[in-house]
Design a protein around this ligand. Structure first.
Ligand code: ACO
Length: 431
C-alpha cells in the first residue's frame, strides 16, 4: 500500500495552511510552498537558498553529511576509477550508461565537432593580449550564438541536441585557445585521432614547431579531473544556467552565464586561489600562522580549498584528487614538491584543529586539483577554465532537463523589502 501523502501545517495568526511534503528517492523531504503566497499572502525568506529546492532533478545526488556524490545513482569514486569522462557525459546527458555501440557513436560525434568556426579566430584576436582565459571563455562561449544560429532554437529538440554536442566538443578547443592567446602562441587545431583529454593537453602544450607527445598517465589524470568536475547538482553556476535559461535564452548564452558565475573565488575560482595560498604559505613551519588567521573572526582570510556549502564531511572528489596528485607527481618525478608537502601538512593540521572539526570544514575538490594541474604545466589562470570545460556537460544536462520539464517557468525570486516606503519626490533646490 502506498504511504499516505505527508503534509506540514503552517499557522499564521488564526489561519492554518496545509503544505504538501514530497519524498525524494534520496535526501530530505521537501515542503512544497508553491501555493503559499496565493493562499496566505506571505513569502518565505532564504538568502543563499540554504533550505530551498529550486527544482526537481534526476541527475546528481549529494549527501553532504555522508560525503556521497552520485551521478544517475553511480558513486563518483567508481566512475573516476572505472569509467572515463565521455562515458560520464553520456550518463549525465541521457540517464544511463551507454552500450559499447552507443559510446562509440557518442565519442565519434563529439570528436567530429571539436573544430571552431574559423571566423572565431578573429574574435579571439579582439581580446587584449593579457586577458584572463576565463574572460575570453565567457566571451567566446556567449559569442557561439552568433556563429551557430542553427542550434539556438530551444524549442527544437534536434537543435538542443546539436548545441549540447557542440558545447561539449568545442569547449576543450575554446579553453586551449584562450590559453594560447594569453601566452602569445599560435592556436593548435584539434586532432580527431586523439581522445578528449589527450586532445586538450596537445592543444594546450604543442606548438607548430614541436608537437606534444601525450603521456597516457597524464591524459588519464586529466580525464579524471574532467570526470570529478562533471556535475554537482544545483550549485551556484548550475543554478545560474537554469535561471538564465528559464527566460528562454539560447544555450550558448546560458552556458556563458554559468562560466561567469563559476569564475568567482568562492566557487570555481577556488582552485586558483588555493594554489596561490599554498605558495604564499611556502613552507610547513608557516602553517600554524595561516590556520590562526583562518580562525580569526577579524581577518577575512579563509583556508581556500576548505569547506563546502553541502559537504559537511570529506568531499569524495577530494579523496580521488589526492590519490591523483600522488600519482602524477611521482610520474613527473616531483614527489618532493614543496607545494604538495604544504598541502598535505595543512590538511592534517586543519583536520586536527577543533575549529575546523566543529564547523565541519573538510578539504574540497579544489584543495589538490591545483597541485596536479600545476605539475602538468598549467598556469593558475587555466585552473578555472579547466573546471568550466569539465562542468559544461553538467550545465547542459541540467539545462536539457529543465527545458523538458512541463513545470518550467521563468525563475523570479521574491524579496524581503527593507527600503523606504513610498515618499514624494523632492525638487533639487529643496534637498
Ligand atoms: N576557512 C575558515 N573558515 C571557514 C572556511 C574556510 N575555508 N569556510 C567556512 N568557514 C567558517 C566561516 O567563517 C563560518 O564561521 P562562523 O559560523 O563562525 O561565521 C562557517 O565556517 C560557515 O561558513 P559559511 O561561509 O557560512 O559557509 P558557506 O556554506 O556559506 O560557504 C564556502 C561555503 C563558500 C565554500 C566556504 O567554505 C569557503 O569560502 N571556502 C573557501 C573557498 C573554497 O574553497 N571554495 C570552493 C568550494 S567547492 C567548489 O566550488 C567547487
Amino acid at each position: 500500500m502506498a504511504d499516505a501523502p505527508k503534509s506540514a501545517t503552517l499557522t499564521i495568526g488564526d489561519n492554518t495552511y496545509d503544505l504538501p511534503i514530497h519524498s525524494p528517492t534520496a535526501g530530505p523531504d521537501v515542503v512544497d510552498i508553491r501555493k503559499l503566497y496565493g493562499q496566505a499572502g506571505v513569502f518565505t525568506y532564504d538568502p543563499g537558498f540554504t533550505s530551498t529546492a529550486s527544482c526537481d532533478s534526476t541527475i546528481t545526488f549529494i549527501d553532504g553529511g555522508e560525503g556521497v556524490l552520485l551521478h544517475r545513482g553511480y558513486p563518483i569514486d567508481q566512475l573516476a576509477e572505472k569509467s572515463h569522462y565521455l562515458e560520464v557525459c553520456y550518463l549525465l546527458l541521457y540517464g544511463e550508461l551507454p552500450s559499447a555501440a552507443q559510446l562509440e557513436e557518442f565519442e565519434s560525434l563529439v570528436t567530429n565537432h571539436t573544430m571552431l568556426h574559423e571566423q572565431m579566430v578573429y574574435f579571439y584576436r579582439g581580446f587584449r593580449r593579457d586577458a584572463h582565459p576565463m574572460a575570453i571563455m565567457t566571451g567566446v562561449v556567449g559569442a557561439m550564438s552568433a556563429f551557430y544560429h542553427d542550434s539556438t532554437d530551444i524549442h527544437d529538440a534536434h537543435q538542443r541536441e546539436v548545441a549540447s554536442i557542440r558545447l561539449i566538443a568545442k569547449m576543450p578547443t575554446i579553453a586551449a585557445w584562450a590559453y594560447k592567446f594569453s601566452i602569445g602562441q599560435p592556436f593548435i587545431y584539434p586532432r580527431n585521432d586523439l581522445d578528449y583529454a589527450s586532445n586538450f593537453l596537445r592543444m594546450c602544450f604543442a606548438v607548430p614547431a614541436e608537437d606534444y607527445e601525450v603521456n597516457p598517465i597524464l591524459s588519464r589524470a586529466m580525464d579524471r579531473i574532467f570526470t570529478l568536475h562533471a556535475d554537482h547538482e544545483q550549485n551556484a553556476s548550475t543554478s545560474t544556467v537554469r535561471l538564465a535559461s528559464s527566460s528562454g535564452a539560447n544555450p550558448f548564452a546560458c552556458i556563458a552565464a554559468g562560466i561567469a558565475c563559476l569564475w568567482g573565488p568562492a566557487h570555481g575560482g577556488a582552485n586558483q586561489a588555493c594554489l596561490e595560498m599554498l605558495k604564499e604559505i611556502g613552507s610547513v613551519d608557516r602553517i600554524p600562522e595561516f590556520i590562526a588567521r583562518a580562525k580569526d573572526k577579524n581577518d577575512p582570510f579563509r583556508l581556500m580549498g576548505f569547506g563546502h556549502r553541502v559537504y559537511k564531511n570529506f568531499d569524495p572528489r577530494a579523496t580521488v584528487m589526492k590519490q591523483s596528485a600522488d600519482e602524477v607527481l611521482e610520474l613527473l618525478g616531483v614527489e618532493n614538491n614543496p607545494v604538495l608537502a604544504v598541502a598535505k601538512e595543512l590538511e592534517k593540521q586543519a583536520l586536527e584543529d577543533p575549529y575546523f572539526a566543529e564547523k565541519k570544514l573538510f578539504p574540497n575538490v579544489d584543495f589538490y586539483s591545483g597541485v596536479i594541474l600545476e605539475a602538468m604545466g598549467f598556469p593558475t589562470s587555466m585552473f578555472t577554465p579547466i573546471f568550466a570545460l569539465s562542468r559544461t556537460v553538467g550545465w547542459i544536462s541540467q539545462w536539457k532537463e529543465m527545458i523538458g520539464d512541463p513545470q518550467n517557468k521563468i525563475g523570479r525570486p521574491r524579496q524581503l523589502y527593507l527600503g523606504e516606503t513610498a515618499r514624494d519626490y523632492v525638487d533639487i533646490e529643496s534637498r
